[in-house]
Ligand binder design. Structure first.
Ligand SMILES: Nc1nc2c(c(=O)[nH]1)N[C@H]1C(S)=C(S)[C@@H](COP(=O)(O)O)O[C@H]1N2
Ligand SMILES: [Mo]
Length: 322
């Protein structure tokens, strides 16, 4: 694996990040689970326009401070250290190949166990479901971590519109299959298209987000434009990008990484420092943007969202259902 070289900072990107910071006021819990449960926890956190920033990474950001425990990772890292095999297997190739992924026209088909299956155009989706900002921790199974200020809406709002039946126990998601727009699909590195799945209660959980933007801007292609899933208490691979199909199912769907290596990647993939990946520890994580020599930080159960989601798994053996 190539060692990560911090990307050159594009001045346009700096402006994006600065704009975002200057226009932000107080960001609360968006009325979601009630601010009380969240503030001070690792979930949605309250930020104010105030000050700080590490001079080596955001020299122009000397006037910003996160008052909560979640300080967003600089835009350049979130957008230049990606996993998106459809746009290349390197960490920086998705950004380099972003121009291949044309995101218009785009539509999403909703099918399976629901009363009102249908197809929604991306413009319609953006109109129907106004976006809110959610600052979430992100933890890749490869043991790196960051904090991402997403824009998006709860997946539950979209799903409810199609009226899932009582037979809908799971939701399956698929990425676009189009080797012209996704040149990585010309090679057999993964079985295409990329597929992911959630249990219905996970999909309906208020933390589960459809992201359509980043730092107050449209989602960059390399982060899964025009819309991707974000499940902050699960390892990164569950957060499937560039979705074109959502299907309600009775049976548990197989997800791409589980098909490929079932002993390494389970269906649940809840962040769990107590259950190691067969080839490496999951106890600690490297924080992107802090430099490769910085001390790793401990990984938290459910990536810090245990208070909100541990109840979904009560009584389950999380070693077996990893
Ligand atoms: N379609 C698709 N979705 C994907 C992937 C992928 O290769 N293809 N990689 C996954 C993995 S392993 C991770 S860690 C996250 C990375 O998201 P980010 O690049 O926005 O940080 O996307 C996930 N979603
Ligand atoms: Mo990942």
């Amino acid at each position: 694996m190539k060692r990560f070289q911090p990307p050159r900072i594009l001045s346009s990107r700096i402006t994006d990040e600065k704009l975002w910071k200057s226009r932000r006021k107080i960001i609360g819990a968006a009325g979601l689970l009630g601010a009380g449960t969240l503030l001070g926890g690792a979930g949605l956190v309250r930020y104010v326009d105030a000050m700080s920033g590490r001079p080596d990474e955001a020299p122009d950001d000397a006037a910003f401070v996160a008052t909560g425990p979640l300080q967003p990772t600089p835009y350049k890292y979130i957008t230049h250290y990606n996993n998106f095999y459809e746009l290349g297997v390197g960490k920086q190739t998705p950004a380099e190949n972003a121009h291949y992924l044309k995101t218009r026209p785009w539509s999403v088909e909703i099918s399976g166990e629901c009363e009102k299956p249908g197809i929604l155009d991306i413009e319609e989706i953006l109109k129907l479901f106004p976006s809110e900002e959610r600052i979430y921790r992100f933890r890749c199974v490869e043991a790196w971590a960051m904090v991402v200020p997403w824009e998006g809406f709860p997946l539950s709002k979209l799903l409810k519109r199609f009226q899932p039946t009582s037979r809908a126990k799971y939701v399956e998601f698929r990425t676009l299959y189009d080797p012209e727009r996704m040149p990585g699909q010309k090679r057999d590195i993964l079985p295409w298209p990329y597929v992911e799945g959630l249990r219905m209660d996970e999909a309906m959980h208020p933390l589960t987000l459809i992201a359509t933007g980043l730092y107050g801007k449209e989602l960059p292609a390399q982060n899964g434009a025009p819309l991707r899933l974000v499940v902050p208490w699960k390892y990164g691979f569950k957060s499937i990008k560039s979705i074109v199909s959502i299907r309600f199912t009775e049976k548990q769907p197989r997800n791409t990484w589980n098909i490929l290596q079932p002993d390494e990647y389970g269906f649940y993939a809840n962040v769990n420092p107590a259950v190691d990946h067969p080839r490496w520890s999951q106890k600690r994580e490297r924080v992107l943007g802090k430099g490769i020599f910085a001390e790793k930080q401990p990984t938290l159960p459910f990536n810090g969202y245990a208070e909100q989601v541990a109840g979904l798994y009560r009584g389950m053996d999380l070693r077996k259902y990893f």
